[in-house]
Design a protein around this ligand. Structure first.
Ligand code: FES
Length: 159
């Protein structure tokens, strides 16, 4: 049997070089393709939240939660925060208590700290309470403009 002299002699040492070059080429191509996609369409994780008027600053009193449809509660330091009032564990309603901790699950008793961004501090829940991003305009109108976590029982925060 005769050997073809026109084929390059690709030994074991040379093969990884070619493989690495091919892999590097693919990574660049994938990165370039992903970059092109981000320019043409927003990522699926980005959600546009509607701005919704909730109340006026004059409507708020310290340690008295105000029930609104997009959400509630003002702190003792005059900070204004808004949280979902549904427990992220199984969906029981949360009770507001001006004593520490202020938000407690009425069903299975998890406690959440509004001063720490709705962090779960005790109980069966493994998630924090979704917190709303609030904006207050020059007239004192309080508007909710986003949520930092998925609301309980929802596949999307914006329907
Ligand atoms: Fe609130 Fe389970 S439903 S802790």
């Amino acid at each position: 049997m005769t050997r073809c002299n026109k084929l390059p002699d690709v030994g074991r040492r040379q093969f990884p070089k070619g493989g690495a070059f091919a892999a590097a080429g693919m990574a660049i191509a994938v990165a370039a393709q992903a970059q092109t996609k981000t320019k043409t369409a927003p990522g699926l994780a980005l959600v546009e939240y509607p701005s919704k008027r909730l109340a006026n600053l004059g409507d708020l009193k310290p340690n008295e939660p105000l029930d609104v449809s997009y959400h509630d509660s003002a702190g003792p330091d005059c900070d204004i925060v808004g949280f979902s009032t549904t427990c992220p564990h199984k969906g029981f309603p949360l009770n507001y208590n001006a004593d520490d901790p202020p938000l407690n699950c009425s069903g299975q008793y998890s406690h959440f700290d509004a001063d720490a961004g709705g962090q779960q501090i005790w109980g069966q829940s493994t998630a924090n309470i979704p917190q709303y991003a609030l904006r207050i305009d020059a007239k004192g109108e309080i508007c909710a403009e986003g949520v930092d976590e998925l609301l309980y029982g929802r596949l999307s925060n914006v329907l």
